[in-house]
Design a protein around this ligand. Structure first.
Ligand code: ZN
Length: 190
């Protein structure tokens, strides 16, 4: 594949992949824009982790502009529905003053959506969903079930999975490891 690529472009890809931790092989499938938006979603996820929330970040993009973004924040907001995807959707709908999003809107999220979130994305008419890590326990876009392409919905979402999945999994693993360590520490100090 490299033989057919412009050498300058290939070294640019390599430089970017080294910089951002995206594997060179995965850049062959994803666009640079996809990589850029997912990196932003990962930064949002880290922001949530600093506040003690499970690190998940989401960004809604239309015409290469962010129209909504958010991180998982059910604890801080006292709101079971405050998943990253819902926070981003609410922001976009408020900004656009429309409960449906424009055609060709993409949601980038660092973890496979749950039942509630894929439902909300269908209601909002999101065109494309790109997620990083799979959620084997409760993921509803391939892991437990795939609700993105069911014939009984009047809208289907194009799904691409796996972009920056390693980075996202690492964030989650580090978060839960730290949480277990703190819980143990607190238990021992009682
Ligand atoms: Zn969710």
């Amino acid at each position: 594949m490299l033989n057919t690529m412009n050498t300058g472009l290939a070294s640019y890809f390599l430089a970017l992949s080294e910089l951002e931790g995206i594997s060179f092989a995965s850049l062959m499938f994803w666009t640079l824009q996809d990589g850029k938006w997912m990196q932003k979603a990962l930064r949002l996820a880290s922001q949530g982790a600093k506040l003690g929330e499970v690190p998940v970040g989401a960004i809604l993009v239309h015409d290469q502009q962010i129209i909504g973004q958010g991180f998982n924040q059910p604890i801080g907001c006292h709101d079971a529905t405050a998943h990253a995807e819902i926070v981003a959707l609410r922001e976009a709908c408020q900004r656009l003053q429309n409960y449906r999003l424009p055609l060709q809107t993409t949601l980038y999220v660092t973890l496979e959506p749950c039942t509630m979130c894929i439902g909300a994305l269908i209601h909002a008419r999101v065109d494309r969903l790109v997620y990083a890590a799979s959620e084997p326990r409760a993921g509803m876009v391939g892991s437990q079930m795939d609700l993105s392409m069911q014939p009984f919905y009047n809208h289907n979402i194009q799904v691409h999975r796996g972009l920056c999945s390693e980075h996202s999994s690492q964030l989650l693993k580090t978060f839960f490891r730290e949480r277990r360590r703190l819980a143990k520490q607190n238990k021992n100090s009682v």
